[in-house]
Design a protein around this ligand. Sequence first.
Ligand SMILES: CC(C)(COP(=O)(O)OP(=O)(O)OC[C@H]1O[C@@H](n2cnc3c(N)ncnc32)[C@H](O)[C@@H]1OP(=O)(O)O)[C@@H](O)C(=O)NCCC(=O)NCCS
Length: 144
Amino acid sequence: MFDIRVMTMADYDAVIDLMKGTPGVSLRDADSRESTSKYLERNPGLSFVAEDGGVLCGCIMSGHDGRRGYLQHLVVLPRYRRQGIANALVERCLSSLEKLGILKCHLDVFKTNTAAANYWHSQGWQLRTDIDRYSFTRSNNENA
Ligand SMILES: CC(C)(COP(=O)(O)OP(=O)(O)OC[C@H]1O[C@@H](n2cnc3c(N)ncnc32)[C@H](O)[C@@H]1OP(=O)(O)O)[C@@H](O)C(=O)NCCC(=O)NCCS
């Protein structure tokens, strides 16, 4: 049985390893140790890991801008999938955000990641067809 607990910087290396080994998940400079530390400080108690007997088998990060919540980096180790770990991680984020008054959340999925799309759709998340997301990078670094 797995446990869900708040992610700390002590989990950083294991979380990055988990993401690196997962197709469909991208890592950016914004996922550096320093940036992740700032993110966790800015969004305390809103990112979680799943553990099973010392194995970090899942993770998710979330935060908010005071108005909407944002989920990212939901990953479950392949051999732990279809045991409800992702749902438990998402629920912890949504309930923690709700306690802060954040009732609506967004997330990004690569158009090529159909398995993730199927997961979110199966859980009642609505694919937005009414908006396009625009991004602007204030840096020459395409991996910012
Ligand atoms: C998507 C992912 C996080 C799901 O993790 P998980 O722990 O297996 O999900 P859960 O066990 O909580 O699934 C709950 C329900 O979601 C649905 N579901 C889960 N994975 C699914 C998939 N690949 N396709 C369709 N539905 C899926 C099922 O209804 C499942 O219930 P069931 O097992 O009783 O049928 C996992 O497959 C993963 O890590 N994928 C790679 C990383 C990734 O793409 N992350 C998303 C980035 S946006």
